[in-house]
Design a binder for this molecule. Structure first.
Ligand code: SF4
Length: 120
């Protein structure tokens, strides 16, 4: 399953909000599958399983590509991973927790995101 690195953070805080009903339904479905099945996720700086149902995904490219790419690079750097890294969802989640969430780095990664108020 392809996953943008910063979407690991979005999934951590997801509580039913999102860009559209379809987006929310897909996000909930993906989150449940990750938690139930613990699949291998391939970290990608491109559209992923979350973007698949997003109204800002315009013909396979995020409308905010530069902004979200910066979030993705910041997450990869924080957890010492690279684009294309493949690891179990549980391992990825644990790395996000250890290197970003538990040490208070969330604001450094995505503090200017429109959704940040929901996550902080
Ligand atoms: S298309 Fe952009 S705004 Fe939509 S989920 Fe993907 S990264 Fe986020």
């Amino acid at each position: 399953m392809k996953l943008r690195p910063h979407h690991g953070l979005c999934l951590n805080f997801f509580g039913g909000e999102g860009y559209s009903p379809q987006f929310i339904e897909n996000m909930a479905f993906v989150k449940a599958g990750l938690n139930d099945d613990d699949p291998v996720v391939e970290l990608t700086n491109s559209v992923d399983v979350i973007c698949a149902a997003c109204p800002h995904n315009i013909r396979g490219r995020c409308e905010s590509f530069e902004k979200v790419s910066a979030y993705d690079r910041a997450v990869l750097s924080a957890i010492s991973a690279e684009e294309g890294s493949a690891l179990r969802w549980s391992e990825f989640s644990a790395a996000l927790r250890e290197h970003i969430l538990d040490c208070g780095k969330l604001c450094e990664i995505c503090g200017d995101c429109a959704w940040f108020g929901l996550c902080k």
